[in-house]
Ligand binder design. Structure first.
Ligand code: ZN
Length: 487
């Protein structure tokens, strides 16, 4: 039986069929038009990417490039500004977060980028084009925190060979203080494993054909390049790191639920007032074989304060599960975990390979134990410098107040050394977590300091909130913090 026969028997159905046919035709035309339009815009996009040859062309090109940012690009305002030149051009949309330390940090990074860019491109011929551009995305979060990611683009078109690279710098802000959140203020457990697993799955699925040879190592390198958003933690991979450069920077948001048990629920709640006195207690050479580390942590927990531990990688390894538990407890309480090298050598006596070994082995030991790399380092005997800090890839810090606890092994003597200093505002106090006398001194000292109105903070918090290092530079900070001290 043919359709025609049915229609002959039922003219109403035949009319409806004709209408359907017309609709199908219209639909087909619309689809074809859409495809044509997509093709047109696709081609136009490509044309944009093949550069510009005029001021208005650059303005358009810069705006198009910035449009590729997939987050909120307006939260902090900011005007589009550009300078066209031959061969060098610049364009920015800079955020005005209103948090002074963050705005200054972002402006400093841009100023440094611009300087490097001008130096690097001094010899580019006038008929070529090079451009430096920056714009941002920002996010509110479910915490007392806001985040901003600044995307910086390097474009060059030299003798018709084009390249566009993208780098993303992230800032997570504690809104109550305006300071940058440190890693230990956001995570207390193995967020790294969650991140790596999710990143690997995401990249294998979406960028299988573009992955670079060392993409696994590049995933590791991006572990701290994230912002907090409304729904989760958004990580960024700079262009050319995990995937070929033509893929641009890649972002990936991991929902907060995936970080249950390793992310703090109280991010940004702890208030550090930059205008009130603060002091950083620090403990070297642990984790301890006796119960000194636990006793120190009991005090921190009881008074709801924090300190910094500079741990020896070798000790962490030797202590096995017990060592890992101690380090995890330190992080859980909000304390900072730094490295004090692997085996406590005099770093001045090591060559580059030896320094690299001390850095890598100690960072690996701490990362294995906690899932988080250390965020700061202290050279044994205070023998550090900028070069060593660079090799460790961490800010390096000594102390201002040596309690001589290692020599006196006496709590009274330790406390007396601290009292001798008087005003401790801005100081870093050196103790060791391997002596019961130092644990006892801590039990007596902490309530006293709290009573006197000191905020007990980590070293990274001190660097930021007292001294305005946001971000904290990788260099050797030495002994200079103690006020009115020439040491
Ligand atoms: Zn030491």
């Amino acid at each position: 039986m043919s359709n025609k026969n049915i229609f002959d028997q039922n003219p109403r159905r035949a009319r409806r069929y004709r209408i359907i046919k017309i609709r199908r035709f219209i639909l087909a035309v619309v689809v074809l038009l859409l495809i044509a339009a997509l093709g047109f815009f696709g081609v136009r996009h490509l044309l944009d990417r093949t550069g510009y040859s005029s001021e208005s062309g650059f303005e358009k090109f810069a705006k198009e490039t910035m449009k590729s940012i997939d987050g909120d690009t307006k939260m902090y305002g900011g005007e589009f500004q550009y300078e066209y030149g031959e061969p060098m051009s610049f364009a920015t949309v800079m955020p005005a977060t209103g948090y002074e330390a963050i705005d200054t940090a972002i402006a400093d990074v841009w100023a440094q980028d611009r300087l490097n860019f001008e130096n690097d491109n001094q010899t580019v011929a006038q008929q070529n084009q090079v451009a430096l551009m920056a714009a941002y995305e920002a996010s509110a979060t479910p915490y007392d925190a806001e985040s901003v990611a600044v995307h910086t683009y390097h474009y060059s078109n030299i003798d018709d060979a084009e390249s566009l690279t993208e780098r993303v710098d992230c800032y997570n802000i504690a809104t109550k203080t305006g300071g940058e959140l440190t890693l230990s203020q956001m995570f207390y457990g193995d967020y790294n494993s969650v991140f790596k697993q999710e990143a690997d799955a995401y990249l294998q699925e979406k960028y299988a054909d573009y992955l670079t040879e060392d993409y696994a190592a590049q995933i590791d390198a991006a572990a701290e390049n994230f912002i907090l958003t409304e729904d989760g933690v958004k990580f960024f991979f700079n262009s050319g790191t995990v995937a070929s450069a033509d893929q641009g920077a890649i972002s990936m948001t991991i929902p907060y639920e995936k970080f249950d048990g390793v992310i703090r629920t109280d991010i940004g709640k702890r208030i550090i007032d930059p205008n009130k006195p603060m002091v950083a207690l620090t403990y070297d050479d642990g984790p301890s074989v006796d119960n000194s580390t636990d006793r120190i942590l009991d005090v921190m927990e009881k008074y709801d304060v924090v300190c910094t531990f500079f741990e020896l990688g070798e000790r962490v390894d030797e202590e096995g599960d017990r060592g890992a538990e101690l380090l995890q407890r330190e992080l859980k309480l909000g304390c900072e975990v730094g490295t004090h090298s692997y085996s406590h050598p005099n770093l001045y006596e090591l060559d580059t390979a030896g320094l690299q070994e001390q850095a890598q082995k100690s960072i690996d030991a701490i990362t294995r134990a906690t899932g988080q790399p250390p965020t700061i380092m202290r050279p044994p005997y205070g023998n550090g410098n900028d070069e060593i800090a660079q090799i460790f890839g961490l800010p390096s810090i000594n102390w201002d107040v040596d309690t001589l606890d290692w020599s006196s092994r006496n709590a009274d003597a330790v406390i007396e050394e601290v009292h001798k200093i008087g005003n401790l505002d801005g100081c870093v106090v050196l103790m060791h977590s391997i002596y019961s006398s130092s644990a006892e001194a801590t039990e007596r000292l902490v309530p006293e300091l709290v009573d006197q109105g000191y905020q007990l903070v980590t070293v990274s918090e001190l660097l930021q909130y007292k001294y305005g290092y946001t971000p904290i530079e990788v260099k050797h900070y030495g002994y200079f913090f103690r006020p009115e001290s020439g040491e």
